[in-house]
Design a protein around this ligand. Structure first.
Ligand SMILES: Cc1cc2nc3c(=O)[nH]c(=O)nc-3n(C[C@H](O)[C@H](O)[C@H](O)COP(=O)(O)OP(=O)(O)OC[C@H]3O[C@@H](n4cnc5c(N)ncnc54)[C@H](O)[C@@H]3O)c2cc1C
Length: 319
């Protein structure tokens, strides 16, 4: 069974941190092969275990940045699936890759599983494990389609060690009309925050699903308080913020003097990493949110109204 791994990488050609985990997982399922999309140079070393790497050059005439667009990446991966007859594609479970996987699923009639925390082959069938309903249920998903496209969460496998890059197979893909409909005008890497270290910060502001990916109001308040920014697993799974920011049972444990949770429900797995905080402040628009059970101060309201008011008041008090 050929298992393809989409090797996410930076523009400079540095594989993302999830790549070694995906490759190790792929090796446990069958023959692992990598897919490298775009013009970035292949590194001298890649996670060990890859039988070969398929480098896909994207031929486009609108902008070199076009190779990062989900329709183009999905068509590039689809071309490698066709060339190899692969039956499984593994991708890191990121916001962008969910778009890629959905398109790949549509192109190939594949079964797509998102947010898997385990993948196995049982009697020739790909079976993924995933939790649903805020982590209260663990489910088993069997893929009955000939091609399984599985988005795997970080931490699902131990990382493969680096090794010399294997044989490279070159491919060229001219994106379809759909792929050419999007033009990336500019991409800017987010600069470092210069904020305190999350695990040791005296003040921590955590954003959850309620932020809907907009951490702007949290960052403004954090600037006023000299606070570190953390997140729930939902926020990191969505790719809204780096995984290192996750607070909770499977993330960083924090014990600041002040914890402020915004749009955080207070699920048991999150509490496990923050209950030791000296003072807990919760901002949530649901008066029945569990976080209010442990909060010293609870504000029932919309975080997009409450946090800017707090920031403005702090600025006023400081003149
Ligand atoms: C094995 C395992 C390990 C886990 N480890 C962790 C972990 O380490 N850390 C972690 O955080 N989670 C972890 N989880 C996930 C955890 O169970 C919850 O799913 C997660 O913490 C919920 O994140 P959330 O509060 O952002 O989202 P939700 O539970 O969806 O809550 C979002 C909250 O935002 C509120 N809201 C929505 N809009 C607004 C608004 N505009 N203003 C104010 N409030 C708003 C809603 O009322 C809701 O209460 C784990 C799960 C499992 C199964």
């Amino acid at each position: 069974m050929t298992v393809l791994v989409l090797l996410d990488h930076t523009d400079a050609g540095e594989p993302r941190a999830t790549a070694p985990e995906l490759v190790a997982l792929a090796c446990s399922l069958g023959e692992a092969e990598g897919v490298w999309v775009g013009a970035a140079p292949l590194p001298a070393q890649l996670p060990s275990g890859l039988a070969r790497v398929h480098r896909v050059a994207v031929a486009n005439d609108w902008a070199p940045e076009g190779e990062h667009v989900a329709p183009v990446v999905s068509e590039a991966v689809a071309a490698v699936v066709d060339a190899t007859g692969a039956s499984v594609v593994l991708l890191a479970s990121t916001f962008e890759n969910k778009d890629v996987a959905a398109r790949l699923g549509a192109l190939h009639g594949a079964g797509v599983v998102t947010d898997a925390d385990s993948v196995a082959v049982e009697h020739g069938t790909v079976v993924a494990g995933k939790t649903v309903l805020a982590g209260t249920w663990t489910t088993r998903v069997e893929v009955v389609a000939p091609l399984a496209v599985v988005l795997v969460k970080a931490g699902a496998a131990d990382a493969a060690e680096p090794a010399a890059a294997p044989e490279v197979v070159e491919h060229a893909v001219a994106p379809s009309y759909v792929g050419g409909l999007v033009e990336v005008v500019e991409r800017t890497e987010r600069a470092g925050t210069g904020r305190p270290d999350l695990a040791s910060a005296q003040t921590v502001i955590v954003g959850g699903r309620g932020t809907e990916g907009d951490f702007g109001p949290l960052e403004e308040l954090a600037d006023e308080l000299g606070a570190a920014i953390g997140a729930t697993r939902v926020a990191t799974d969505e790719g809204w913020i780096a995984r290192e920011a996750q607070v909770g049972q499977t993330g960083v444990t924090v014990s600041p003097r002040l914890y402020i949770g915004a749009g955080v429900s207070g699920a048991v797995h999150h509490r496990g990493g923050m209950q030791a905080a000296g003072t807990i402040v919760a901002v949530n628009n649901d008066p029945d949110a569990p976080i209010f059970e442990i909060a010293d101060y609870g504000i029932v309201g919309d975080l997009f109204e409450v946090l800017p008011q707090a920031t403005a008041e702090l600025r006023r008090l400081r003149g």
